[in-house]
Design a protein around this ligand. Structure first.
Ligand code: PGA
Length: 242
């Protein structure tokens, strides 16, 4: 995987015309690196059609490849469509949709088995940071989600402090780096070699200082990825650190 890696998570945003406008604009620029974009499921075919240099991913998937799971999306069906990656365990899935560690583990294993790259998200709440349990919370999430992991080159970790997501509050480079260092140590102990992305209010103005930190290999970007201009700026700044 070529680093730094900048992934846009559009969440439940954008209509057809906005998706078209985003890719038309991105495709008209000289890109400094490969953009990765995760639109809503319904826009995956359009995004795949217009992707240019981009890699296209899902924001979630089920762990079964077929069956009576009304309203769910199978990892194999995503792969079949041409999707490259999927997020798993985003904090909104954990908190709003009550996805447990065990459930997420099944999704990680199935998505990898289907041939998708998995971006497994972890991160602590404000309370957990304040009572000093950030590293143990993140380690528990890694233990749970990465149980029985096969050898793979298709795993990416995204560290997203929950208190920094969509709040405009970014972790300081020192806070981010401390947790990234702890995650890197954990991965090394398990003989896993995969990129670790930071997420949580990443924007053009804070990209350079975050991406300059050791052990920060890229960014998972929510709000600022909706604008092709901002997303391009983030991509550009991440690839052109002074
Ligand atoms: P944000 O979202 O950049 O809007 O904080 C990040 C994410 O949830 O992946």
């Amino acid at each position: 995987m070529k680093l730094p890696l900048i992934i846009g998570n559009w969440k439940m945003n954008h209509l057809t015309e906005e998706v078209k406008a985003f890719f038309s604009d991105l495709n008209s620029r000289p890109l400094p690196g490969t953009p990765w974009i995760a639109p809503q499921f319904i826009h995956l075919p359009l995004a795949l059609e217009m992707k240019g240099e981009a890699k296209i991913g899902a924001q979630n998937c089920h762990f079964q490849n077929s069956g009576a799971f009304t309203g769910e999306i199978a990892p194999q069906a995503l792969k079949d469509l041409g999707v490259d990656f999927t997020l798993i365990g985003h904090s909104e899935r954990r908190s709003l949709f009550k996805e447990s560690g065990d459930f997420l583990n099944q999704k990680v294993l199935s998505a990898l088995a289907a041939g998708l790259t998995v971006v497994y998200c972890v991160g602590e709440s404000l309370g957990e940071r304040e009572n000093g349990t950030t590293n143990s919370v993140v380690e528990r999430q890694l233990d749970e989600g990465l149980k029985n992991l096969p050898a793979t080159e298709k795993l990416i970790i995204a560290y997203e402090p929950v208190w920094a997501i969509g709040t405009g509050k970014t972790a300081t480079p020192q806070q981010a780096q401390d947790t990234h260092t702890s995650i890197a140590k954990y991965l090394k102990n398990r003989d896993l070699d995969c990129p670790i992305l930071y997420g949580g209010s990443v924007k053009p103005s804070n990209t350079a200082e975050l991406m300059a930190c050791p052990n920060i290999d890229g960014a998972l970007v929510g709000g600022a990825s909706l604008s092709s201009e901002d997303f391009y700026q983030i991509l550009d700044k991440a690839h052109n650190l002074d």
